[in-house]
Design a protein around this ligand. Structure first.
Ligand SMILES: Cc1cc2nc3c(=O)[nH]c(=O)nc-3n(C[C@H](O)[C@H](O)[C@H](O)COP(=O)(O)OP(=O)(O)OC[C@H]3O[C@@H](n4cnc5c(N)ncnc54)[C@H](O)[C@@H]3O)c2cc1C
Length: 359
């Protein structure tokens, strides 16, 4: 009996439930639980991975199944559909990436259409992985693998968080506020950032938070004055289009009393507070004008203006987080030149009642 079936047997307790619980047929009661069925699939997956057999791993998927990988195997964001493309991805990556020890986090659940789904944990030589699987008819319909932490560079949190106190007498001891002020006075001024992030919208800010927790010296350059200004500048009646539980930033979830659809100025204030609480180095009023990479030095030369004054930074890495809708697309329509009404891009619309600059 494999581990999977043994675990399934332990979770089946005949006679444990009575009364108003809906009656299940004896066959259904004897059927292995969703977790047990998933564990059987994971046992087979782990065995195929351990053997380095890409075809056998691909055979654990439905013929049109998907494997979506975020960095864990491919160091890229990629989706493969079908056993052939999945096997090809594995042949290229298994020798170095070697994911192993896939296991269930918590319990698997089963939807009305018989899909079994669960979150997963696994390991690669590079770090710890986290993922999600959906099984249909005993084969993977979708598998997501993401790299959650780099081995040896795990974020200090929970039991490994810093102590925050230094007992004893230390000459020249600095407080948290003094250290923060020192970092703000040096990073980007007397000390080059290791990473420059262009754009302080929610993408740039989320990355800034992650890099800060990893101890990477990163600096965000944002052309607008304050974090959250991209949201504040949008039309008056805007609320987020997704419910609040889809919109969390890393580490700090929104409070539970927040409206389901968060108003745009509230999200702007949240981003500003988030930058402060997460101690993210952020320069507003800083517009990046150009960036050039020098292969010889392995450095970028980033030219920008800060509060109108020209400046140059030389980081090792450059991230463009300027958003995909930052540049208005202004199509030209026939008859536009004779149209008498207001014409403007949606980013300039202030909301209901706004009749444009002509009133
Ligand atoms: C009406 C509307 C409703 C939306 N609702 C939701 C929702 O409910 N949930 C959700 O998750 N998403 C929602 N989105 C999408 C969300 O706004 C974007 O996905 C998100 O803002 C993208 O974040 P980003 O950091 O990639 O880009 P942006 O937020 O666009 O940030 C890019 C930043 O780069 C800065 N920048 C650009 N060029 C430079 C430069 N040269 N130098 C310095 N800085 C520069 C810009 O000023 C800007 O602050 C909505 C979008 C709109 C328009």
């Amino acid at each position: 009996m494999s581990n999977a079936w043994a675990r399934g047997a332990r979770s089946f307790r005949p006679g444990a439930y009575t009364g108003t619980v809906p009656q299940r047929s004896p066959d259904a009661m004897l059927a292995p639980t969703p977790t047990a069925r998933l564990l059987a699939w994971l046992d087979a997956l782990n065995a195929a991975l351990a053997a380095g057999d890409a075809q056998a791993v691909a055979g654990k998927f439905q013929p049109d199944g998907f494997w979506r990988d975020f960095v864990a195997l491919t160091w890229n964001l990629t989706t493969q559909q079908g056993r052939g493309p999945i096997a090809a991805m594995l042949q290229a990556t298994l020798p170095q990436a070697g994911p192993k020890n896939f296991r269930v986090e918590g319990e698997a659940s089963e939807t009305a259409d018989g899909t079994i789904e669960a979150f997963l944990r696994f390991e690669t030589p590079a770090g710890l992985g986290w993922g999600h699987v959906r099984l249909r008819d005993g084969l993977a319909h979708t598998l997501l693998t993401t790299l959650d932490a780099l081995a040896g560079h795990e974020e200090a949190r929970g039991p490994t968080r810093p102590r925050g106190v230094e007992h004893g007498v230390h000459r020249g001891r600095k407080t948290w506020a003094e250290l923060r002020a020192e970092q703000e006075a040096t990073l980007g001024i007397t000390e080059e950032p290791y990473v420059v992030i262009v754009g302080g919208g929610q993408g740039g800010i989320a990355l800034g938070a992650r890099l800060r927790r990893l101890g990477v010296k990163a600096l965000i350059l944002e052309k607008l004055p304050r974090p959250g200004d991209t949201w504040r500048r949008r039309y008056r009646s805007l609320v987020l289009h997704d419910p609040v539980w889809y919109d969390h930033m890393p580490y700090l979830p929104f409070p539970e009393h927040w409206p389901v659809f968060t108003p745009k100025d509230q999200i702007g204030d949240w981003l500003e507070a988030y930058v402060r609480l997460m101690e993210i180095p952020f320069w507003g009023d800083t517009e990046v004008l150009s960036a050039r990479h020098d292969e010889a030095t392995g450095e970028w030369t980033v030219k920008a203006t800060r509060n109108g004054a020209p400046m140059t930074l030389r980081p090792k890495h450059l991230v463009l987080a300027t958003g995909m809708s930052g540049m208005p697309n202004r199509p030209v329509f026939p008859g536009q030149e004779v149209f008498q009404g207001t014409q403007r891009h949606s980013s300039e619309h202030e909301g209901p009642g706004d009749r444009g600059p002509e009133g």
